[in-house]
Unconditional design. Structure first.
Length: 132
């Protein structure tokens, strides 16, 4: 199971590090962009959810399974926000959790748009193949 989900695990570990590392490590990054923190949260969880869906694409054949798979990054995000409350330089934040959720939902939306189009293309290709 770990081999099958290696990118998801690596992304989750990167999110864990970025979320729990001392904020002093990131003070040298000087980007003056409003809501940058929320944009980063959105992107991290969009990426994590997309990796989970892609690595388990053979199982993602119903909307219920897709939304069930989305619970994993959602709960992970909530856990990390709770863990941040235990650190000295970080604090858990509901706005961060909402940005995480937005990234998760956009990933699902994109998956639901792309997946049917991909199936249609595959069916067209298979119907063009000669029968043996």
């Amino acid at each position: 199971m770990l081999k099958k989900n290696i990118f998801s695990v690596l992304i989750a570990l990167a999110i864990l590090y970025l979320s729990l590392a001392s904020s002093d490590n990131f003070d040298s990054v000087q980007i003056d962009l409003p809501w940058l923190d929320k944009i980063v949260h959105f992107g991290m969880y969009l990426t994590l959810t997309s990796a989970i869906l892609f690595e388990n694409r053979s199982l993602m054949n119903t909307k219920g399974r897709i939304f069930l798979a989305a619970i994993i990054p959602f709960l992970y995000g909530i856990l990390i926000e709770a863990l941040q409350m235990l650190t000295i330089s970080r604090s858990g934040n509901i706005a961060d959790a909402l940005a995480d959720l937005a990234g998760i939902l956009v990933s699902i939306f994109i998956w639901l748009l792309v997946r049917p189009a991909r199936r249609k293309d595959q069916m067209e290709i298979s119907s063009e193949l000669p029968d043996d």
